[in-house]
Ligand binder design. Structure first.
Ligand SMILES: [Zn+2]
Length: 694
C-alpha cells in the first residue's frame, strides 16, 4: 500500500504490485527479503549439485548481491547416477524457473543470462537454457560475440568484476590500461597547469581505478607498466629532469617529497583492504575460502607478492605496536603524544592501522632506495630532520606557486639542476668552475650560498638580497606583533580590573574542623582553582618597545645602523633589535640564509659571535633574548624558528603565516639567483616583499 503526501494534502491509500517508487528506502530491503526466498528455494539442491572446494569445507551453489545471481555446480554421482556439471546446472536453472513462476512478478531476461563451463581447465559449450514466457531460450556463452542477432561483449561483468571464460584478468587489464591511457591523453591535451593536472591525477584518476585494482588480482608487472605511465606523466607535467630520483613524487612530505599516490603501493593498499574485509567477514563460507587462500599462499615459496602473507605480517606489527605503546618520534621525547591504538580495536580501526603501517613500511623502502644511491642524489637526507616540513599543501601548490618554482624546488632538493658542476658530471661541459670566476667548483650549494664573489658584489649582493628579503618578512611580522601587544596593553589600561577568575564556590560548605555558624544558615565558601602560572610573552611585559632592523626598503624609516648607545657601546649589530628601556629587556634576531645542510653549524656560529655582547648587556642588569634564525636557501626553515615565535608571542596563525612567507621568499630569491648564475653583473633590485600579499 502507498500514499502520496504533498504539503498538507495526502492522497487516499492505493495498492501497487510491480516496481518500486523512486527514492523509496524500504524498497531495497523489501526486495532483498523477497529475493531471499529464491536463495532458500535453490538451497535444496546445494548438497547434491553444489561446487565442493577441494581444500576448504565449503559447498557453493549460489552467490549473489541484490538482483545478481550466480550458480556454480560440478559433476556428481548421486545414487549411482552420473550427472555432468552442465546437467546439474540445468537442474538448478530449472529450479530457478519454478521459483520465477511461483513469484508471479519476476521473469528471467535470456539476454542477460550468461553461462560458462570448464572441463579440465578448458572452456566448453555449456548448452544451458532458461525459460522465458513459458518457452526455453538458450543462454549465451560467455565468449559469444552475438546473441539473438545482436552484438554482445565477449565477457561478463558480475558484481563489478570482469569475467572471462578462461578466468584470466585480460579484460580488466584492458579496461584499466584504457582508463589510464585515456586519462594521460585527456589531461595532456588540456591547457591546465602541470600542478593542476597532477592534482587531478592524484585525487580523481587514482580513485576511479581503485575499485578495479581492489577486486582483480593484477600481476605486479602489469601494475609496474601503469606506474611507468604515471611517472612519465608527472615528469612531463611538472618538468622534472630525467636524471632525478623519481621517489620525489611519492615520498612523504617529511622526506621532502610530494606524497602522491604511487601505482604499485596503491594497488597493494587496495588489495589489502579487500583481503582485510574478507578475513573479517561474518559469513562462514567467506571465512573458509579466505583461510584456504591464505594456507595456499603460505605454502607457496615464490617471490611474488601475496596479500594474505602481507596482511598477516602487518597484523603482527600492529599487535606489537598495541602492546608496546608509542615510541620516541623525531624530535619529541619518550611518552609524548597519545597512545595511537587501543588494546581492543574495532575492525575499521584495525584496517586503518594496517594501512598506516603498510604506508610507513613502503616509505621506509623508498628511503632505503635513496640511501643506497646517496652518491648521486639524496643530499637532503643529511638535513631533513633538522628543518621544519615545507608547506606543500596542494592549495598552495596550485594557487600560489608557479610551475617553474615547483620545478626549481624539486630539482634543487635532488640537486639535479644544470649547474656547471652537474653539467660537467653529465659530460656536457668541460669546465666545472663557478661562472663568476672565483675559482671554486660551481655546485648548487656554491651558487646559492657559498660564493664570496656573489657576496661581495657592489652595489647589491645577490646573497644579501635574499637575506634581506627574508628579513623584511620577519620585520613585517614582528612589527605587526609588537603593535598588537601595544594595542592590547592600551585597551587593558582602559578597562577596570575585574574580579579574580575561576573561583569554585561551595554553597553551605565549610572547612574541616570549622563549624558552621548557625545551622539554619547556608554559608558559601570559595576556593581559588589551582591553575598553571600564566606564561606571558616577553612583549607583554612592557609597552615602550622600540624596533630597529638592519634593512633598507621603501616605506621603512631609515634607522640608525648602530647598536642603541644607551644600552651599550659596541660595533656588533644583529639583524633585528627590539628593546624596552623600562623593563630593561632586549630581544635580538640574527638571520642566516644558508645551504640547508649547514644550518645547525651556522646556528652555533652566530650564537658564539654574539655571546660576549649578551654577557656584557646582562651584566648591566638587562634581560637578553638572543634569537638565531636560519632560513635555508631552498626555503626550509631550521627548527629553532619556533623559539622566535614563542619568545615574541606569535599566535599559531601568525607563526604559520610567517613560515609560509619566508619559505616562499627564500625559494623565489634562490630561483632568481640560480637563473642569474652566468651573469657576472647582478642587476640591483628591490627587496621581495610578499608579507600579507598571500
Ligand atoms: Zn663562485
Amino acid at each position: 500500500m502507498a500514499a502520496v503526501m504533498m504539503k498538507q494534502q495526502c492522497t487516499p491509500w492505493f495498492r501497487f504490485e510491480i516496481g518500486v517508487f523512486q527514492g523509496c528506502t524500504a524498497s531495497t530491503i523489501l526486495f532483498n527479503v523477497a529475493f531471499n526466498t529464491c536463495f532458500t528455494h535453490l538451497a535444496q539442491l546445494r548438497d547434491e549439485c553444489g561446487y565442493q572446494f577441494t581444500k576448504a569445507d565449503v559447498k557453493l551453489l549460489t552467490t549473489g548481491y541484490a538482483d545478481d545471481l550466480g550458480m556454480s555446480t560440478q559433476p556428481t554421482t548421486h545414487e549411482g547416477v552420473y550427472r555432468s556439471a552442465n546437467e546439474n546446472n540445468q537442474r538448478v536453472t530449472d529450479s530457478l524457473n519454478e521459483w520465477l513462476e511461483w513469484s508471479k512478478t519476476m521473469a528471467a531476461k535470456p539476454k542477460k543470462c550468461v553461462a560458462m563451463s570448464l572441463v579440465k581447465g578448458k572452456p566448453v559449450e555449456p548448452n544451458l537454457t532458461i525459460k522465458c514466457k513459458g518457452k526455453a531460450e538458450p543462454m549465451a556463452r560467455i565468449s559469444d560475440e552475438a546473441y539473438g542477432g545482436s552484438c554482445r561483449d565477449p565477457w561478463f561483468k558480475f558484481l563489478g568484476r570482469f569475467l572471462l571464460e578462461n578466468l584470466s584478468e585480460q579484460q580488466a587489464k584492458k579496461v584499466l590500461l584504457t582508463m589510464v591511457q585515456d586519462a594521460e591523453a585527456r589531461l595532456g591535451g588540456t591547457a591546465l597547469r602541470g600542478t593542476q593536472k597532477t592534482w587531478i591525477w592524484d585525487s580523481y584518476v587514482m580513485s576511479s581505478i581503485s575499485w578495479l585494482l581492489m577486486i582483480h588480482n593484477m600481476a605486479p608487472t602489469f601494475v609496474a607498466d601503469l606506474q611507468a605511465i604515471q611517472t612519465r606523466c608527472f615528469k612531463a607535467w611538472l618538468g622534472y629532469t630525467k636524471t632525478g630520483n623519481n621517489s620525489i613524487f611519492y615520498r612523504s612530505k617529511a622526506h621532502c617529497g610530494l606524497q602522491l599516490k604511487e601505482m604499485m603501493s596503491w594497488n597493494k593498499q587496495n588489495r589489502l583492504i579487500r583481503r582485510h574485509i574478507l578475513s573479517t567477514s561474518s559469513d562462514p563460507q567467506v571465512q573458509a575460502i579466505h583461510k584456504m587462500v591464505s594456507a595456499k599462499q603460505n605454502s607457496s615459496n615464490t617471490n611474488e607478492w601475496k596479500d594474505c602473507k602481507e596482511l598477516e605480517s602487518l597484523k603482527q606489527v600492529f599487535m606489537f605496536e598495541t602492546m608496546r605503546g608509542p615510541l620516541r618520534q623525531a624530535s619529541v621525547g619518550v611518552g609524548w603524544g597519545h597512545r595511537r591504538q587501543q588494546a581492543q580495536s574495532t575492525v575499521k580501526e584495525e584496517r586503518a592501522a594496517i594501512l598506516r603501517i603498510f604506508k610507513e613500511q613502503t616509505e621506509e623502502s623508498r628511503m632505503a632506495e635513496v640511501l643506497t644511491r646517496l652518491t648521486a642524489t639524496g643530499e637532503w637526507i643529511h638535513w631533513h630532520e633538522s628543518v621544519l616540513q615545507l608547506d606543500a599543501r596542494w592549495h598552495s601548490l596550485i594557487a600560489c606557486e608557479s610551475d617553474y618554482q615547483l620545478r626549481f624546488w624539486m630539482c634543487a632538493i635532488e640537486d639535479v639542476l644544470p649547474t656547471p658542476s652537474m653539467r660537467h658530471r653529465w659530460g656536457m661541459q668541460a669546465d666545472k668552475t663557478c661562472p663568476l670566476g672565483c675559482g671554486k667548483v660551481g655546485s648548487l650549494c656554491h651558487i646559492l650560498a657559498g660564493c664570496w664573489r656573489a657576496l661581495d658584489e657592489k652595489p647589491q649582493s645577490r646573497i644579501t638580497w635574499r637575506h634581506d628579503s627574508v628579513l623584511l618578512a620577519i620585520y613585517r611580522a614582528t612589527l605587526a606583533v609588537v603593535n598588537r601587544f601595544k594595542n592590547e596593553q592600551a585597551q587593558a589600561k582602559q578597562k577596570p580590573k575585574g574580579s579574580p577568575k575561576r573561583v569554585i564556590l561551595f554553597k553551605g560548605g565549610h572547612y574541616e574542623g570549622q563549624q558552621p555558624k548557625s545551622h539554619g544558615e547556608a554559608e558559601s565558601v570559595s576556593f581559588q582553582a589551582p591553575r598553571a602560572p600564566e606564561v606571558k610573552s616577553v612583549l607583554a611585559k612592557a609597552s615602550d618597545w622600540k624596533i630597529q632592523f638592519d634593512l633598507e626598503a621603501p616605506g621603512m624609516r631609515q634607522n640608525s645602523r648602530v647598536f642603541p648607545p644607551d644600552v651599550i657601546q659596541t660595533t656588533l649589530r644583529p639583524d633585528g633589535l627590539i628593546w624596552s628601556t623600562s623593563s630593561k629587556t632586549m630581544v635580538w634576531i640574527e638571520l642566516t640564509s644558508p645551504w640547508e645542510a649547514n644550518a645547525p653549524e651556522w646556528h652555533v656560529k652566530k650564537a658564539e659571535k654574539y655571546n660576549q655582547l649578551k654577557c656584557d648587556i646582562e651584566a648591566k642588569g638587562w634581560k637578553v633574548h638572543d634569537l638565531y634564525v636560519e632560513i635555508g636557501a631552498r626555503g626550509h626553515v631550521h627548527r629553532p624558528y619556533y623559539s622566535l615565535c614563542s619568545v615574541l608571542g606569535f599566535t599559531k596563525a601568525e607563526s604559520r603565516e610567517l613560515k609560509q612567507v619566508v619559505e616562499q621568499v627564500a625559494k623565489l630569491c634562490s630561483h632568481a639567483i640560480f637563473v642569474a648564475r652566468y651573469q657576472r653583473v647582478w642587476q640591483e633590485r628591490p627587496l621581495l616583499d610578499l608579507f600579507q600579499k598571500q
